[in-house]
Design a binder for this molecule. Structure first.
Ligand code: ACO
Length: 328
């Protein structure tokens, strides 16, 4: 029998600086009414100049470790999900390992955009199930403010910075555990959402530097349609695999990209709105960090209790999607 895997602790960190929709209207031609009615976002956090993705990740991880009661030295796997790494190499997870003093841990990054935290959860779960690793730290962390084009009103209003983390370990008798996970990819849709520059396909050069190609580019309407279908299907997949009925679900934590997408998914899953977790009005879309931050907020504010069945579901560039069903 594979080991059952539980979440022993969660943590999150949001940078101090708040940028409101009104602040944005001083930078680009936009306004609070447009942003809030189209997305549900009121404000987002922006990391300080010297504050990198690894710093946000480390602060979230410290809180998750503290809650889990597992010291950093006993973590043997660190996965950071991010599309905004400190450096292309080494992995952001290596900086986090050093910051935490988790010297025994194997540390690497994964790139699955907004689905990254749940991809990391699936990888870590499998590793613990097989006995390859005992204690895993999974982190979703993003400094998206460093990768948005601040002249493009169609994207810069959507994103924010932050990090969330969870510690996974073998579940003991009577504890909750991860019931089911699902991950998927459709590489035919890479053109819908990407950062075209800064990689080997289009390195930043003196000639193209001013074009700002190392910034998020998105065909929002197309992404919207895929997001609803893929998240609905992925959530239903884990609900079926976990043998849950809609009325048994205490909380759904969807990716925090757009409240209209969240409403559309809630309607399709047949779960009432008061059981759908939403915090994107405060933080915007923090990509891989969004679900991790929301999970920590739900945990620490008592929205989830031992024995509750919860669903997390995400969608992002790739296109990627992922879901998890958990007994808390
Ligand atoms: N302020 C004012 N007007 C704006 C703004 C703005 N910030 N941005 C666009 N507009 C204008 C457009 O120019 C357009 O004007 P036009 O009609 O004169 O041409 C009009 O508003 C409508 O624009 P649309 O793009 O059609 O607006 P839409 O209703 O589709 O909303 C949005 C755009 C919010 C981006 C939506 O499509 C969306 O949320 N898409 C999904 C994004 C998502 O889920 N991403 C998840 C993954 S993110 C990741 O993986 C990193």
């Amino acid at each position: 029998m594979p080991n059952a895997v539980t979440i022993a602790g969660t943590g999150s960190y949001l940078p101090e600086k708040v940028m409101t929709n009104d602040d944005l209207s001083k930078i680009v031609d936009t306004n609070d009414e447009w942003i809030f009615s189209r997305t549900g976002i009121r404000e987002r956090r922006i990391a300080a100049e010297g504050e990198f993705t690894s710093h946000l990740a480390t602060k979230a991880a410290e809180k998750a470790l503290e809650q889990s009661g597992i010291p950093a030295e006993e973590i043997d796997l660190i996965i950071v999900a991010t599309i905004t790494p400190d450096t292309l190499t080494p992995a952001t997870a290596c900086y986090v390992q050093e910051n935490l003093g988790a010297s025994k841990a194997v540390a690497f990054d994964i790139s699955a955009a907004c689905s990254g935290f749940l991809y990391a959860m699936k990888i870590a779960k499998r590793m613990i199930e097989t006995g390859a690793f005992e204690n895993a730290l999974i982190i979703g962390a993003e400094k998206l403010s460093a990768f948005v084009n601040w002249n493009d009103r169609t994207t810069c209003v959507l994103f924010g910075d932050g990090a969330g983390a969870a510690v996974l370990r073998k579940s003991e008798e009577g504890e909750g555990h991860i019931l089911a996970t699902d991950i998927g990819t459709d590489g035919r849709q890479t053109h819908l959402l990407n950062i075209p520059g800064g990689g080997s396909a289009c390195p930043t050069t003196i000639e193209n530097a001013a074009e700002g190609l190392a910034a998020l580019s998105m065909l929002g309407k197309e992404v919207f349609k895929h997001a609803v279908t893929r998240m609905k299907n992925s959530a239903n997949e884990v609900i079926a695999r976990a043998g849950l009925k809609p009325e048994e679900i205490a909380l759904v934590i969807p990716h925090q990209a757009n409240v209209r997408i969240i409403d559309a998914i809630a309607a399709r899953l047949d779960v009432p709105n008061d059981r759908i977790f939403v915090n994107l009005h405060k933080y915007g879309n923090t990509s891989a960090a969004a679900i991790a931050i929301a999970l920590d907020e739900a945990n620490r504010t008592g929205k989830i209790k031992p024995g509750d069945k919860i669903i997390m579901v995400a969608f992002g560039a790739g296109l990627t999607w992922a879901a998890a069903a958990i007994e808390w």
